[in-house]
Design a protein around this ligand. Sequence first.
Ligand code: SF4
Ligand code: SF4
Length: 96
Amino acid sequence: MKKSARKMFDESKIPNDLCPIATKFFDMQVGDWRAQRPVFHFEKCVKCGVCWAFCPTQCIVEKDDHFEPFLGHCKGCGICARECPHDAIEMADEEV
Ligand code: SF4
Ligand code: SF4
């Protein structure tokens, strides 16, 4: 079999503050600079997992009967609210 000339990708060599997409995201507290937060209406949630699949920070976690965000890692982008097919999420301004 032919040997690959490329080395295996090693994420530990990427600086943590370079880019939230390409680094170990969970070392960062991006919730600190959030302007809005998602408010989940659990009574409307049907656990389809769409918000979980779309969240770029992967901060939405599964509970017994709903999904909910871990706000320490939520950057308030609003993608979950836009994509939820059941209008179970709305964005609210953070208080300063
Ligand atoms: S997308 Fe909406 S309905 Fe689906 S799991 Fe998330 S909050 Fe619940
Ligand atoms: S607002 Fe953005 S970062 Fe926060 S839970 Fe929704 S999709 Fe994830």
